[in-house]
Ligand binder design. Sequence first.
Ligand code: FEO
Length: 397
Amino acid sequence: MRAVQVTENVWWVGAIDWNLRDFHGFETPDGTTYNAYLVMGESGIALIDTVKKPFVPELLARIETVTPLSSITHIVVNHVEPDHNGGLPEVMAAMPQAQVVASVVGAKSVAEYHNGLEVGAVKADDVIDLGGRTITFMPASMVHWPDSMFTYCPEERVLMPNDAFGQHVASEERFADELGVDEAMRQLAVYYANILMPLGGVVGKAIDKVVENGWALDVVAPSHGVMWRPAEFAGVLDAYGRWNTGVLADKVVVAYSTMWGSTADLATAIGDGLAAGGMHVEVHDLAVSPFAHITHDLLEAKALVLGSPTLHHGMLYRVAGYLQYLLGLKPAGRVAGIFGSYGWSKGAEKQLRLRLEEAGLEVIADDFLVKFRPTAEDLDAAAAWGRDFAAAVKSRG
Ligand code: FEO
């Protein structure tokens, strides 16, 4: 068990969760980390964030490789979601001398979550003097919950923005350039698509506020995954800028579920037609592809084409499940199309349209439906539908 030095007086003391495969419904095939940091002054030491409850012993063990638990003077709760705050009572018990602070909303939420546990509140620009090192704060409501807060150490030029700029990846590497920048950027996009997509506007405002504060950044140290140095963080800001403002590419995600293969055959034909129409295409069987993977593909896609056969007058449950997943992420600004097969009754397409529109997607084409098995002519027509759909998406700019 070791701590990792981040800068002269900042240390990473978090926990590595190699085995996490599901983060409240978001598939995490690569695990995650719960990052915590020590900011060490001459007269005080602040622990920035705690960890998910089962990982408290790992956090405490890493801290003790740097300093005794009795030397910690402050605990900062940047976010009360249980992956960061679940172990707070146990950490407080291990360092009872430490003063605990959160944002104003965070302090209220800690009490609500932990049976009345009382912690202090800090506001924007409040400063805690650790002796030669200080930490200051910026409330960042809805990045990711109302209580979220960024903590900054100006002398070390380290920003600890909690969920912002994070990635769900477990690794021994602590910096993006060590993990591999391409992999870190891929994980950043997966995380953004599945956690922050509906919050792009407020995330953009938080970034503007960091710039307005004039906070120089040598290290950006999120609460999940690897840290970013300036060279790589420039790419992160570019990507967040695109995602926050909804810059989309000529790309279409085709997702479907199938009973006996007819809707799957249509998906392939439609994918071919979309590609012939100049779209980059990703096709996903909802029985095979994790929702998080599909949503990652959707992050920069202009359209989602969703397919289901009709079963008992409605859509298949996997399609309904993915629509429910999307409903929370509100992928606004994208358009949609509907396809599928049916036997003795239609009906799935009506449910699809309702739920797609509820999720903020405008359906821009007539539904493409086929009875029983698609014939060769039906598959040609599906490809033609795909080409027409691609043209309709392109015509919207
Ligand atoms: Fe990493 Fe919103 O918790």
